[in-house]
Design a binder for this molecule. Structure first.
Ligand SMILES: [Zn+2]
Length: 426
């Protein structure tokens, strides 16, 4: 085995990144008209970009580029070289179409295998894949990565909850990859079927594709009796496999030999210092079909360059709990749904299921928060409502216009796809 690139001294890693950035920028400029035009407008020639030091001279790429260049205008390779397409939902009616060469698929499998290996999974382990095997990148991404690692993969997909539980018990499966909301649903369904979800054989729950707060992670760990770790990625960059948590659960290691991260102020586009919260911007360093330069992910995070407790030197990003486009502005107060989630989950008397409804009454915004009571709650709902409202006010300086506590199980569960918790009727 060669040297582990995730534990390289940072100056050695930087040399590799310098070289790969220069190649990526040249590749994008030569083969993608969109990037050539943008670099020319910014007055940057690929020859000027010799190292990461120069990265801030390059223009940022907004997600609208995928709409403007639909379907394949951002591709740097002919379809003859592209062996796979995936798509994610777009900001308008068109999906964001992403392409992979054989080399890209190899890189993708490598980074996911690395993410799975980082939590101790390997050849002897069985992984249940609860992501759909379709245009969405989650299913095939984990399938190929786990196969690369030599794991035994069950491509069950989402929605087949009983099948997951049955096979998990029969095969003593070690791990499952899924969305955090589906993890909670799986635990509920297992209990309904007469199993103790905490006694299911799983030892690792790999969650991703949705924002997830720390209290929500704690719920998943408690309910499924397993270590829950986050995996991060987005189709525009490669899919899952951009970053993953190790068992330290102290931030997600970004696989920096393939993806270079920056954090910017989302309002001004200025680069921020280590530790400052802002929007994550990613540049691919090895992608062939779809090189991406300074792509604005919309995800809010911070970066930490200290060596992790696991010994890896790879930078860590905080788990993404907010996206720039999730920001709710209600009567002039800025709120992230994740902030409301963190407060709500402080209360044992409520279940980790809630929804936020926004409306407008005249010219005023109205926010209605609906939260499910925990199973077996027998206290006073009036008193609980008051304590919840007080806590929201003291932490967020915000009180919902209406706070409703509802019976366990009454908020609709997401079984397939990404959970929706915010409904903006304005
Ligand atoms: Zn670590």
């Amino acid at each position: 085995m060669g040297q582990d690139v995730t534990r390289l001294p940072r100056d050695e890693l930087r040399e590799l990144q310098d070289e790969r950035l220069a190649e990526t920028v040249a590749h994008a400029y030569e083969n993608v008209e969109f990037f050539r035009r943008r670099f020319d407008e910014a007055g940057v020639s690929p020859a000027d970009v010799e190292s990461i030091e120069n990265i801030e001279t390059l223009p940022l790429t907004a997600k609208e580029a995928f709409d403007d260049e639909y379907p394949t205008g951002l591709f740097a390779e002919d379809l003859a070289e592209v062996v796979r397409l995936h798509a994610s939902s777009g900001t308008t009616s068109k999906p964001k179409l992403v392409g992979y060469t054989e080399g890209d698929l190899d890189v993708w499998a490598t980074v996911i295998a690395r993410s799975l290996g980082a939590v101790g999974l390997g050849r002897d382990d069985v992984l249940q894949n609860a992501y759909g095997m379709g245009l969405f990148t989650g299913g095939f991404g984990f399938h190929d990565g786990a196969t690369e690692l030599g794991m035994t993969v069950l491509p069950i997909g989402s929605g087949q909850t009983e099948k997951h539980i049955e096979l998990m018990n029969d095969l003593e499966s070690d791990a499952i990859c899924l969305t955090p909301s589906y993890a909670l649903y799986l635990a509920e369904r297992a209990a309904e079927l007469g199993h103790d979800p905490a006694n299911l054989p799983l030892s690792v729950v790999l969650y991703g594709a949705e924002p997830c707060t720390e209290p929500m992670r704690d719920e998943i760990e408690k309910r499924l009796g397993a270590m829950a770790v986050e995996n991060y990625g987005l189709s525009e960059i490669i899919g899952p496999g951009v970053a993953a948590e190790c068992p330290q659960q102290d931030g997600l290691h970004i696989w920096e030999d393939h993806f270079y991260p920056e954090v910017i102020d989302p309002a001004t586009g200025e680069s921020l210092d280590e530790g400052e919260e802002g929007e994550l911007v990613l540049t691919t360093l090895t992608k062939e079909a779809l090189p991406m330069v300074r792509y604005r992910t919309g995800d809010m995070t911070t970066l930490d360059y200290d060596t992790c407790g696991c010994g890896r030197t790879a930078v860590r990003m905080n788990g993404v709990t907010g996206r720039t486009d999730d920001l709710l502005i209600v009567r002039g107060v800025n709120l992230y749904p994740s902030e409301i989630e963190s407060v709500v989950l402080e209360f044992d008397a409520v279940a980790p299921h809630y929804r936020i409804d926004l409306d407008r009454e005249g010219s005023l915004d109205r926010l209605e928060l609906t939260v499910e009571l925990a199973e077996g709650f027998d206290g006073s709902t009036g008193d609980l409502e008051e304590r919840l409202a007080d806590r929201l006010q003291s932490v967020l300086s915000f009180t919902p216009d209406e706070l409703r506590l509802v019976e366990p199980g009454s908020i609709e569960r997401t079984v397939v796809g990404k959970v929706q918790r915010v409904y903006d009727h304005r």
